[in-house]
Design a protein around this ligand. Structure first.
Ligand SMILES: Cc1cc2nc3c(=O)[nH]c(=O)nc-3n(C[C@H](O)[C@H](O)[C@H](O)COP(=O)(O)O)c2cc1C
Length: 388
């Protein structure tokens, strides 16, 4: 049975009769400023900030604003079904939680809280290599929940294979390989605070608990944390890879592989040619190439080029239910939600993630119906018009 996410709306109004209001805002555009009030400057800047001038962060939102939904009436949209199939697996809605590293900088429960909230709602997580908790700990918190693993590809084959094996053993079904962050961009908000979580040993739980990584160290991370941090930072940043190296991952991962950070149709074709199963059209939320094309502007041509060969996913700038509808209408099968639930995590751990996620899903459900659509299959280019 399809989940009726819109019921969160009536739940909130009914609780209001008993004098209760939501734990924090339901307005996705107000989340960032309310998170600023509960976070220290360093962590807030790390989450909200972008590369360089911030042009790409702004472009991501401007691209959504250039498209308008054209609602249809008397369309019998009382019952809606948000389900879709991605990489051969059914999802309750076309939404996954994007891989977000170092979640403990916004809440001590970090990835554990996120995994539990997502599992409760049946929404998949994508666990970042830069997690504050180990693969095994997050798997336990995720329980029966769907989970994918995001790889920041180490420059050491033994460590890479060891991490992949752990992910597989822990029930992570798909591998997401992030291509756009082989080294960190110039990020003024972090530089001005001289704030980089990894250097402080945050977001290193996966390598520090990895036998292949530990075997390379003269002293364990518990004995000499700084040397271990340095070794890891050198191992997962600074060296770009090439298309022919994907064969190595294919050899060591027998499930679906998704490449994240694709913005050019030719790269999308190369991904399909390399036998990849999916791509995420993404500019990393404007955190990597300042002045890069808005991810939504890149989406239609990419979906056109490879939509029949690989599953095209999307992130960067999704804030509302309407945004999800726009991305699906322009060719995405599903979207990855990023910053909004991180702000939810900052506000209230597991409950905060749950509140934001339920809000986005309710908004999606209601907006889908109110625009005259019963399922994602009803959406397409005909759903939208460009801003006059
Ligand atoms: C604080 C933060 C940490 C992130 N960490 C990772 C990461 O570890 N791995 C990754 O592939 N992407 C990471 N991303 C990028 C997200 O997966 C996603 O592409 C981005 O958040 C989408 O942009 P949006 O949040 O503005 O919608 C991170 C993004 C943020 C905001």
């Amino acid at each position: 049975m399809a989940a009726q996410f819109g019921t969160y709306q009536s739940e909130i109004y009914l609780q209001g009769l008993a004098g209760a209001v939501p734990p924090f805002t339901t307005d996705p555009t107000a989340l960032e400023s309310s998170a600023r009030e509960v976070l220290e400057t360093g962590p807030f800047g790390y989450v909200a900030g972008g590369a360089g001038s911030g042009a790409t962060v702004r472009a991501n939102r401007e691209a959504f604003d250039r498209w308008r939904i054209v609602p249809r009436m008397l369309a019998d949209a009382t019952e809606r079904d948000l389900r879709t199939t991605v990489l051969g697996t059914e999802l309750v809605a076309p939404v996954l939680l994007a891989p977000i590293g170092v979640q403990s900088i916004v809440h001590q429960d970090g990835e554990l809280a996120t995994a539990a909230a997502a599992a409760e709602l049946g929404v998949p997580i994508v666990l970042s290599t830069a997690s504050s908790y180990s693969i095994e700990e997050v798997a336990e918190a995720s329980g029966d929940g769907q989970r994918w693993y995001q790889l920041y590809w180490p420059n050491d084959d033994d460590v890479t294979v060891s991490i992949l094996e752990r992910a597989k053993r822990s029930g992570f079904t798909a591998l997401v390989v992030t291509l756009d962050t082989w080294t960190l961009a110039w990020r003024p908000q972090d530089l001005d605070q001289a704030y980089l979580p990894f250097i402080r040993g945050i977001g290193t739980a996966i390598p520090f608990s990895d036998p292949a990584f530990r075997a390379l160290l003269a002293q364990s991370p518990e004995e000499d944390r700084n040397s271990a941090v340095l070794r890891w930072v050198q191992m997962f940043t600074g060296v770009d890879k090439s298309w022919d190296q994907l064969a190595f991952l294919r050899e060591h991962w027998d499930g679906p592989i998704v490449l994240k950070g694709v913005l050019h149709p030719d790269d999308a074709r190369l991904a399909a040619d390399a036998g990849m199963n999916g791509i995420v059209v993404s500019n990393h939320g404007g955190r990597q190439v300042d002045g890069a094309v808005a991810a939504l502007d890149a989406l239609p041509a990419i979906a056109e080029a490879v939509g029949d060969r690989v599953d095209v996913l999307f992130d960067s700038g999704v804030r509302t239910g309407a945004d999800v509808i726009k991305a699906i209408s322009l060719g995405a099968k599903a979207v990855l939600l990023g910053r909004p639930w991180v702000y939810g995590l900052a506000h209230g751990g597991r409950e905060g993630v749950r509140h934001v996620l339920r809000g986005v899903l309710a908004d999606l459900d209601l907006t889908l119906g109110l625009s005259g659509n019963r399922s994602l299959a009803d959406l397409g280019r005909h759903t939208l018009m460009e801003k006059p």
